[in-house]
Write a protein that binds this ligand. Structure first.
Ligand code: GLC
Length: 442
């Protein structure tokens, strides 16, 4: 989808407006963001009427792959009849994720909760007759998992929303402010509802690219949210008024220069349930996850359940495998910070918060000698995470007259390897110190 990827790319590039912090913000931004920085893994859920036919969420009618009328016929097929929010929450907990984000309303305008602002909801317009969000948040909270609300600012179904199909819109904001104002009251009303009914810990806006911060009244939206929950975290899709960046499906090759960021990524190539078998393997998901964390980010991994609430078996499997890996290696992931700069080690790394433990991630079936460069510290010991095996190391090329530290050669035997990613725990004699000179005498 060409239009889609272009706009998403643009959002990614737009820097956040850090001066836009509102007066209602009670806590410092760093305190507020701490649980998010520690969490590393979230699960995204795209569930809506698009799952009935298994077609692109909202974009299918916008991009004219299907008529609007036919798209909306899916309302009649949306049942959620096997929806088991406790099972969803259990699976999320098992994956090791510490937060989840669910679609309260996608660009198609169909609310998945009991909105009073119109009749277009899973409660009033589908045979499901259910609020999908409420019981899900209840189950998450029982398990101490933070609750995130995805909310699309775009509403291509609303009669007062300007945008509709890719090549036609209802009107232009500049030519009809009263009409735009009616829409503003509507969407801000929904935000108030979600805020009061569910008190989300995190807001995941989407679709901000169709209008400016002034048109959305981003500052006001931020105020509404923070008045309801001063600690709420807001993603970066509010035209400069969010707290963190949201690169979509991929992120830069080298470490992005953001304070906080989250890679949102699908498990196949689609957000919602689709006839798409291009599943990422557990190995691929785990290595991408490790790469994001090593670069200071989080992963928000998506699931797209079927219209009845069944989660596809491949997604269940990926979450379970990820969970088993996290159970064994969580120490190197959760509550850590981004690793050392590239060049010191050819692979992903993370550090304990006090930086006295360095974790090395060995992707694939690497065994034999691996090397670490420019480490000034003495190494207390090296162990294999999850099985405790001690590993020997040798310092090579340390010359008495040179300040350049020796190379650390670590011999990794084949029998300690994990089937996905092996982690070595390198315990240092204190906070990490890295050499960054020019070699020789310098
Ligand atoms: C994009 C798409 C939307 C999807 C979202 C998830 O912005 O517009 O369909 O829900 O990405 O990140």
């Amino acid at each position: 989808m060409k239009i889609k990827s272009t706009v998403a790319g643009l959002c990614f590039l737009s820097a956040l407006n850090v001066n836009a912090q509102s007066k209602v913000e009670a806590t410092g931004i760093k305190d507020k963001m701490q649980w998010f920085a520690d969490a590393k893994l979230g699960i995204f859920i795209h569930e809506g009427i698009y799952a009935v036919n298994g077609i692109d969420e909202s974009w299918s009618f916008h991009n004219k792959k299907i008529s609007y009328a036919d798209y909306m016929k899916q309302l009649k097929g949306f049942t959620l009849k096997k929806y088991d929010p406790a099972f969803w929450a259990d699976l999320i907990q098992e994956s090791g994720a510490r937060y989840a984000v669910i679609t309260t309303k996608h660009h198609d305008g169909v609310a998945m909760y009991d909105t009073k602002m119109n009749n277009l909801s899973s409660v009033k317009a589908t045979p499901a007759k259910k609020d999908m969000v409420k019981p899900f948040f209840e189950e998450l909270r029982k398990r101490n998992i933070k609750c995130g609300a995805y909310y699309s600012l775009i509403d291509w179904s609303h009669p007062d929303y300007p945008g509709f199909l890719k090549d036609s819109s209802r009107y232009k904001v500049a030519s009809d402010y009263p009409r735009w104002n009616r829409f503003r009251n509507f969407f801000q009303g929904q935000i108030s509802e979600i805020s009061t009914q569910f008190k989300p810990d995190l807001w995941w806006f989407d679709g901000d690219w169709e209008h400016s911060a002034e048109e959305w009244e981003s500052q006001k939206v931020r105020n509404i949210i923070l008045a309801g929950n001063p600690n709420a975290i807001i993603n970066g899709r509010l035209q400069g008024y969010g707290d963190y960046e949201t690169p979509e499906q991929n992120f830069p090759v080298s470490r992005p220069n953001y304070n906080w960021w989250e890679l949102c990524m699908t498990t196949n190539d689609n957000w919602g349930f689709h006839h798409d078998n291009n599943w990422k393997t557990p190995h691929e998901v785990i290595t991408i996850f490790v790469d994001a964390v090593a670069n200071g980010g989080n992963l928000l991994l998506d699931m797209g359940p079927m219209e009845d609430g069944t989660i596809p078996a491949e997604q269940v499997n990926v979450l379970k495998e990820l969970g088993a890996w996290n159970k064994k290696h969580g120490e190197a992931i959760f509550e850590t910070v981004a690793g050392i700069p590239q060049g010191h080690f050819y692979g992903a790394t993370t550090l304990s918060k006090d930086s006295s433990v360095l974790y090395l991630f060995l992707q694939g079936k690497i065994s034999g000698e691996i090397t670490l460069k420019g480490l000034k510290n003495k190494i207390d010991n090296i162990t294999v995470l999850g099985n405790g095996t001690k590993i020997e190391h040798k310092i090579v090329g340390k010359i008495s007259w040179s300040p350049v530290p020796g190379l650390v050669y670590i011999n990794v035997p084949e029998n300690v390897l994990d089937k996905y990613v092996t982690v070595l725990k390198v315990k240092l004699d204190g906070p990490i110190r890295l050499y960054s000179g020019r070699g020789g005498l310098q």
